[in-house]
Design a protein around this ligand. Structure first.
Ligand code: SF4
Ligand code: SF4
Length: 225
């Protein structure tokens, strides 16, 4: 997936949660992206805000959002019922973009023209532009009520700028005796029969139900993203 496609998925949501960790505390803000190119994804804040200063120091960020937060009901199947939608999250590294660089990029990138407009209007914006140049991203496309397909999730992981990621989901090892208990238990239709059985990471919710029912301890916990 191209950086521009990742940007589009975030931009369709619009308002996102941005977080970093600073002095052993997690700090979050509500913000949005304001453009992208082949080098990365851009956002801005005002340099005097503590969050901007924290970002300049840590140079690390996570961003997440969800496309549709409407809950259809709280009692369907004794849980919450959501319409189909997606959530997306990013873990990345960023750098500060000097004013001159933003102005230069804006000559060919219409998204960044607004950044120039803001810098001219609000002096504090001149030192508040950032670019995420390296990141791993997870798209969590959900259809929990199986309105459009016969399984609940499609999970896609991707990366740019040199970052790498682990596949989602637990791993079934050679200890598997093919009893089929995990296959029957998985409500996400994420287990494939075989020798040994296999977790389809793009459908797996990491819920752990399969691990709980395996009689021989053949399923290992999933790795962090
Ligand atoms: S429950 Fe365990 S032993 Fe049975 S099929 Fe699944 S992984 Fe294999
Ligand atoms: S962790 Fe949950 S969703 Fe993933 S394979 Fe196991 S039971 Fe299915």
């Amino acid at each position: 997936m191209e950086i521009s496609e990742i940007y589009e998925l975030f931009d369709k949501i619009g308002v996102l949660t941005f977080s970093t960790i600073h002095n052993n505390e997690v700090h979050s803000r509500v913000a949005h992206f304001n453009g992208c190119d082949q080098e990365g994804i851009y956002f801005r804040t005002m340099w005097n805000k503590p969050f901007a200063r924290q970002l300049m120091e840590t140079k690390k960020i996570t961003v997440c959002g969800v496309s549709n937060t409407k809950i259809l009901s709280h009692d369907g199947d004794l849980g919450a019922d959501f319409p189909p939608g997606y959530s997306i999250r990013l873990i990345g590294e960023l750098r500060y973009i000097p004013e001159e660089e933003v102005r230069e990029k804006a000559k060919t990138n219409k998204d960044l023209k607004l950044a120039v407009y803001d810098m001219d209007k609000y002096p504090a914006m001149k030192k508040g532009n950032f670019m995420i140049y390296s990141a791993k991203v997870e798209l969590f496309d959900y259809d929990f009520s199986c309105v459009n397909r016969d399984h609940k999730l499609l999970r896609t992981r991707m990366a740019f700028g040199g970052m790498t990621f682990n596949e989602a989901g637990p791993k079934i090892t050679g200890k598997c005796v093919e009893c089929g208990k995990c296959y029957k238990k998985c409500s996400f239709k994420a287990i494939e029969k075989g020798n040994p059985y296999r977790v389809r990471s793009n459908r797996c919710d990491d819920c752990g139900d399969c691990i709980s029912v395996c009689p021989v301890g053949a399923i290992e916990l999933s790795s962090p993203f």
